[in-house]
Ligand binder design. Sequence first.
Ligand code: F6P
Ligand code: MG
Length: 487
Amino acid sequence: MSLKLSHLPSRQKIKPVYPRSPSTIDPNNPPWPAYRGYHEYSFAYATMGQRLPTILGKGIEDVVLTLNQEYDEERIIDLVQCIERMNALMKELQEQAKLRPIIDDGEADVALWNKLIAKYFQGKTFMNAPWLFAEAYKYRRLQECFSVSKHWKNYDVFFRQKCDTFSRSHDAVFELSMRFAEPFTLKENLSAEEKLEAERLMFLELTQICLWGNSTDLSLLINMTEEQIKSLQSTGGANLAATEKNILGNHMKQLWETAVSLRANTGGRIDFVLDNAGFELYCDCVYADFLIQSGLAKEVRFHGKRYPWFVSDVTKKDWSWLMNSMVYGHLFPKATEEEKDSLRRLGMRWKQYEKEGKWVYEQHPFWCTGFTFWELPNEAPDLFLHLSRSDLVIFKGDLNHRKLTYDCAAPPSTDFDIAIGPMASTAGAPRICSLRTIKSDVVVGLGPDGNEIAERLDKEEEGWKISGKYAVVLLSEGRPGEKVIFT
Ligand code: F6P
Ligand code: MG
């Protein structure tokens, strides 16, 4: 039987309302529309279609290099099987296969990954799952290629690249080590006010060094003139102004006020959720060193990844490599004796911080999952509780920013606290700072005129969202002191 519906209103096009209401948000449906691999307007398209296969191809080349230097038969056979698994992953990536569960390889994140896949991504492919999840999944599958082996569980296909990039940052590395090898002091004849002002200017410049360390373009430090370099320890005004104009959402003033208030409370705990190894990590450490020496922080905790992640992210091995190469390495054959000595002394001081517990390196499994940080309080309550005891959590880089903001098309004028959702609103949420050079689609926190600013840049500067030329320094209000309750 069929009914004729001639008197009812005609079918309408229902447009979803954004942001979605909290109860309808899930990893496949972020608060604003997700970026997906098939969106040609998004960086997701180039990444899923071209960048990831290229990265994987380079990874295979790296393993072949290792294979050719191996002599033990059992290890060779084992490594050949890793390559075969990488080739199979490449095929899946290129043929847009459905995302399968992760094999139980003993990693602490397997249950989290498979829960995500089973609940939200059954039948989804690399191209139609949200970009953030699909991209993270690829790195987890790459890890699986090795973790199921016998002899190569901890192999890092990106390790050579990471070391190489740092060794090629000669000028910028010594610019910093020659200034910071000596413990930091302020001129004695300054008044209390002048001392605070000198510290403030130094803090702001070091915040920028830490920020721009995230850009692939290291020219900020390399191109500085003698005059600009001097400004690091004195006024800092001119150079700061020149680079600061590219910080489109800028809460550096509030960041300084937060840091100073920590010192008033005898120094706080500051956490860094790290991004990239090598030069960026080195900049992070220079910044953290200043935070300790100036008394702004009495403890710094660094959060890294448990296995190779998004090519250049810091693992424990990268952390140790940096510290030990600075103290014992021969990375810079052209460096003068003074330069080598400055790097050695800096490295020794940092290692001492670790021994004294002033610096602590950690690696929670949650950082290598496909969850965004909107889900952190619920999916990793232990980690949330741990972070809630921090006075300030600094998230470095583009990927961490994508995870904070659910990697979706929120309007650029969206307030940072709104964009990071539960990481700002959950009871006990620490103050969160995102230091990020803009290298992908999501842009928030640009203030009330943000939408117009973004529209203008869209018209005038194609690719401004992926060039790393622009940045944001955004700070949340936080809800410290509030009890954390998990239901
Ligand atoms: O592949 C894209 C991406 O995930 C972007 O977020 C960014 O271009 C890059 O990889 C990672 O950048 P970062 O190291 O700053 O997180
Ligand atoms: Mg990274």
